[in-house]
Design a protein around this ligand. Sequence first.
Ligand SMILES: NC(=O)c1ccc[n+]([C@@H]2O[C@H](COP(=O)([O-])OP(=O)(O)OC[C@H]3O[C@@H](n4cnc5c(N)ncnc54)[C@H](O)[C@@H]3O)[C@@H](O)[C@H]2O)c1
Ligand SMILES: [Zn+2]
Length: 513
Amino acid sequence: MGSGKSTVGRLLAERLARPFVDLDQLIEEDAGEPIGALFQHGGEARFRGLERVALERCLSRDDAPVIAVGGGALCDAALREEAHEQGTVVLLHANLEALVLRLSGDASRPLLSGGDARARLMDLAAVRGEAYEDGPIRIDTSDLSPAEVVARIAAAVSDTHVAVSRGNPRSWLNLTSDPWRAVANTVARCRPASVLLITDDNVARLYLDAAVAALADRPLSVVTVPNGEPSKRFARLETIVHELGERGADRDSLIVSLGGGVVSDLAGFAAAIYMRGIRWVAVPTTTLAMVDAAIGGKTGVDVGAVKNLAGVFHLPVTIVSSVFTSTEGERGVRSGLAEAIKTLAVGDAAGFEDLERDGAETWLDEAVRTRWIAASAQVKARLVRDDFLDHGGRVALNFGHTFGHALESLGEFSRWTHGEAVALGMVAALRLGVRIGVTPASVAGSVERLIVAARLPHELDAPTLMRALPLLRGDKKRRGESIRFVCLPALGQHVVEEIALSDLGEIAASLAD
Ligand SMILES: NC(=O)c1ccc[n+]([C@@H]2O[C@H](COP(=O)([O-])OP(=O)(O)OC[C@H]3O[C@@H](n4cnc5c(N)ncnc54)[C@H](O)[C@@H]3O)[C@@H](O)[C@H]2O)c1
Ligand SMILES: [Zn+2]
């Protein structure tokens, strides 16, 4: 209230060439009387009922209007959920002084009538706290003109925001072409007491200056770890937690991770355990981390010879921008492409077909790369949102990973990158699916063709498969005497198949080229 939603909404609609709806006006038209009278006759409950109906009607319109909605409407958790599902929620707020100034003398506000406006506004803020915090874009309008607010919203909504979780606190994936603006806005939105930026030495050389500039307006510390998997260890985690304490981080501090999957796994783990959990923002800089590692809140470190043996779930806000891939080597991008093929194959038949249609010669071009990164990141976000703790649909993302993990460790984590091992694992899972009658040969053929075209490893030889067998026994997906494989009954779908360990040898032998 008083944050300027009607003025700003109208200007924004003009700028974006979209229709504009002032919800209060629509309610008055529906009810045939002004809001003040509505409150008088039916009380707030009647108003909220009409408001719900009107908002639901607007949300289902297919001409994507800009809708100015009072903050009270989004206090209803179900309606708020619907608004987040159907559109992009932009929260405008202002400090108390600015609000009192703007609203003084306005007699048309029923919720402010009957008392001291300042006290009523404070009460409202307390009641609506959760609704006012919940959304990807929050803009403080106190010191801004309507035109400035509109400019900020227009920039923010040019990004794509996808919810990675439901309810509060909600986690977001932000797909953007301007990562530093998104980082600055996200951090400003979190209003942290201080920020700890965690990165590795390679990434620091390339991007630290830009990151520091984006985070300049609040207390900032930087921790740089050596690049590579050996940094994903408890010893390094302890150093980071120690560093957080030394630098006075508190429960309102925020960690920003800038780097590949190693940095996000490590930084996310630190955020999960420091003072029993502080917020974090993941800024993935490798393709693999953009489509996979930095989305979904799985954090962890390696212990002994076992990768990711210790870890916890702790969701970040993730900012994905393919601009970072311009400095990544081709092998890294192709490894990320393997994970993207995997995710689209199990979760998005249309996205998979787009990739087929684009043709392999374009996949590494900037525009096409940006599209498949965005498509697979969104599928991953959706799978995570529906199954955060990995008890159901999220298992689809393990397609190719049963053999993939075994091959990765067989190759001592150096012969194949993770994505390359997953490519081989997908070929194995496809052939296994065909062999047990779950995967149609045409589907297996489509996915294998993409893997070949992506110039990823795809040849399975019998000795390698046989040597990988004992390693399958250590897989997290093993259940007693059988092992679970994610198979593909159709593009965009998955099914989990249990194969008895005793049958696996014979089956594996039949998967070789
Ligand atoms: N948490 C999850 O859900 C999840 C999922 C998949 C993988 N992972 C983990 O992710 C890790 C692998 O991630 P990764 O492949 O990103 O490896 P990585 O983080 O080691 O990065 C690979 C290399 O690229 C460099 N680099 C990063 N960004 C760059 C850029 N933009 N330009 C140039 N160089 C850059 C890094 O310094 C590093 O040397 C593994 O530890 C794996 O277990 C986690
Ligand atoms: Zn993977």
